[in-house]
Design a binder for this molecule. Sequence first.
Ligand code: ATP
Ligand code: MG
Length: 120
Amino acid sequence: VKLAHPGRKVVLARSGPGEGEWDGGRLAQVVTNLVNNAHNQGEPIPPKLLPHLFQPMTRGTGKGSTGRSIGLGLYIVCGIVRAHGGSIAVHSTASQGTAFTVSLPRPVRAQGWEPRSSTG
Ligand SMILES: Nc1ncnc2c1ncn2[C@@H]1O[C@H](COP(=O)(O)OP(=O)(O)OP(=O)(O)O)[C@@H](O)[C@H]1O
Ligand SMILES: [Mg+2]
């Protein structure tokens, strides 16, 4: 993310054990999709859009959503989070800005999903 946005400051804050039985490559995709969306200088997501935000082809009309935006990022993020048995929530207001919260169970609970082996 830093390489793609050299002019931006990216901060990782952590506390406690941040480990779980997860697919690292897919979670990296979750993080890059969410962080690459963090545009608009604090413009909130329209309340009308919020209920549909994780459906495919949903995109805002703000200046950050023009150009190559197709509205698949959050759909993919949500799919990965759910495949891990986790959940995602969004909070977006003018006063507090936009925050996405991803919660993941440490052991795998979702059915039909297994972490990939290190050999790939
Ligand atoms: N952090 C954020 N701040 C403000 N608006 C956001 C943020 N994240 C998402 N949005 C809004 O939600 C819409 C959907 O996001 P999503 O990542 O699914 O699609 P996209 O970024 O438009 O396109 P893609 O990710 O497919 O390139 C965006 O178009 C934007 O309007
Ligand atoms: Mg996106």
